[in-house]
Design a protein around this ligand. Structure first.
Ligand code: HEC
Length: 113
């Protein structure tokens, strides 16, 4: 009966949306996903109010600059205990410092400097 039709329409629309999102993601030359860890959890929880976390991951900072950035964000209102601050510092320095050869997420940027 016609009762099945709206249901099918919803399914088809959802499928189309998923395919669209997938091809969009695949087509965009984005940076690699942030490596998981307690540092990432903290960044996602505390660093996304005032700007997107993408702004954090896209920032090109050295291992010397990151702790100063994090401190300045705390001065602005980011809520991190001293312990959490250290975790975030370590995470950002380990994965997003432009001067760190071991950094996976910004590999080519590290080589360019
Ligand atoms: C209370 C609001 C607030 C919170 C919370 C916050 N930020 Fe920010 N952040 C800002 C503002 C405002 C700017 C832009 C001002 C500027 O560029 O100096 C900014 C800019 C930045 C930048 C770019 C700075 C540059 O020099 O390019 C980075 C990186 C950054 N934030 C990281 C973080 C991290 C990491 C956290 C979590 C620990 C965080 N932010 C949490 C307000 C915030």
């Amino acid at each position: 009966m016609s009762r099945t039709r709206p249901y099918r329409l919803v399914l088809t629309t959802a499928a189309a949306a998923m395919i669209g999102a997938a091809s969009l993601a695949a087509g965009m030359p984005q940076q690699a996903a942030p490596p998981p860890g307690p540092g990432l959890d903290l960044v996602n929880e505390r660093c996304g109010f005032c700007h997107t976390t993408n702004q954090v991951f896209a920032a090109r900072k050295t291992s010397a600059e990151w702790p100063a950035i994090v401190q300045s964000m705390i001065d602005r209102g980011a809520e991190l205990s001293p312990e959490e601050q250290k975790t975030v510092n370590d995470y950002l320095v380990a994965h997003y410092a432009t001067d760190k050869a071991a950094s996976g997420a910004v590999g080519s940027a590290a080589a360019a400097h």
